[in-house]
Design a protein around this ligand. Structure first.
Ligand code: SF4
Length: 342
């Protein structure tokens, strides 16, 4: 059983105390008896405890920084949304293939932003500029926001805010089952709540520190009962000995656990496993015992943004995995939509 995240160490930027949420969090963490330090900026956080890089990395991943989001220009977030909404960065999970390992570099601690009203006002500007087109915001580009939201309720506020807008939509994905506080949010069908799922073997091998599959599915059932538009991201799709059966069991379980209410408007996204050369180095450093196969010669090279190409599966393997998973989806969820395979 994965318990809701409690940070081992909390840093508070003084600017955060100018906001209600910053003060509330300080009070909450003080009452919880957590070690709290002040820092002028998260960039000043040096000398996190730990004897070596391996330990420092783990301690950083259970350190929470309460700060103010200064950059209010949102990144784009294709293919799942128009913009990434920055509510937090970092994650306490230890998925071996997590993209944050490379994007967050030497600062893997978790940051939550207390200037939520400013962030949401900026989202409104983007939405108004595109109206009457719908504008979708992805809240999980830089963190697993559900995993920390029981502490901050930032996501809950965002769900309710976007619920009131006419043309804004919110979406996020999680590997955690701590969803109870979000069930009564007034989402107004404007938030698509997605769960990241995978074959049980993959979750057990490569996703330590996240909720087991069965708990994610129980949470998905609750979210469906709460009337949220629901989705599943099957990612990363990874070819291992017995993968066809592993993914078949996954779809059977989804079929068994999901109430009828969750089936209309259900979406799937399929993302194959990929890695970059820099990611391979970081994975070897942070998870030296991993069984993750990262052999460039077996993969196909795909040019990427900023000149950093990625290694994906060969074209024929991609076709097989896409068609196989698609056949399971069509069998168990004939009315669901596959948004993309990438
Ligand atoms: Fe990364 Fe998501 Fe795993 Fe967190 S849960 S470590 S964000 S892949």
């Amino acid at each position: 059983m994965i318990k809701p995240f409690t940070p081992q160490l909390v840093y508070i930027e003084p600017g955060a105390l100018e906001y209600d949420l910053g003060r509330e969090l300080k009070e909450k963490f003080t009452k919880m008896g957590l070690e709290i330090k002040e820092t002028t900026s998260h960039n000043q956080i040096r000398n996190l405890p730990g004897k070596n890089d391996f330990q420092k990395y783990r301690i950083a991943k259970s350190t929470l920084v309460v700060g103010v989001r200064k950059t209010l220009t949102f990144d784009s977030s294709k293919p799942s949304a128009e913009y990434a909404i920055p509510l937090a960065t970092g994650c306490m999970g230890h998925c071996h293939y997590c993209y944050l390992q490379t994007t967050m570099g030497s600062k893997p601690y978790i940051r939550t932003y207390v200037n939520v009203n400013e962030i949401l006002a900026q989202a409104d500007k983007y939405t108004n500029a595109r109206a009457p087109e719908i504008t979708r915001f992805e809240a999980s580009c830089t963190s697993d926001i559900v995993g920390i939201d029981h502490l901050t309720h930032t996501l809950k506020r965002s769900i309710e805010h976007i619920g009131k807008t006419k043309y804004g939509r919110l979406r996020f994905v999680t590997k955690f089952h701590h969803v109870d506080h979000l069930l009564d949010a007034e989402h107004n069908n404007h938030t698509r709540f997605r769960f990241s799922v995978n074959a049980d073997y993959i979750i057990k091998q490569f996703e330590p520190g996240t909720s087991p599959l069965d708990q994610r599915l129980e949470a998905a059932a609750k979210v469906a009962e709460a009337g949220y538009p629901l989705g599943f991201i099957v990612a990363p799709i990874y070819l291992y000995s017995g993968w066809e059966d592993g993914y078949k069991v996954l779809f059977e379980k989804l079929h068994q656990k999901l109430p009828q209410t969750g089936r209309s408007g259900l979406t799937f996204e399929f993302i194959q496993h990929r890695f970059t050369k820099p990611a391979k180095k970081v994975i070897a450093k942070n998870y030296p015992m991993t069984k993750l196969e990262l052999n460039e010669e077996k993969r196909k090279y795909k040019w990427g943004r900023y000149g950093i190409g990625k290694y994906v599966y060969q074209t024929d393997e991609q076709e097989i995995m896409k068609n196989t998973l698609r056949s399971y989806m069509d069998k168990y969820f004939p009315n669901a939509e596959l948004e993309y395979f990438t």
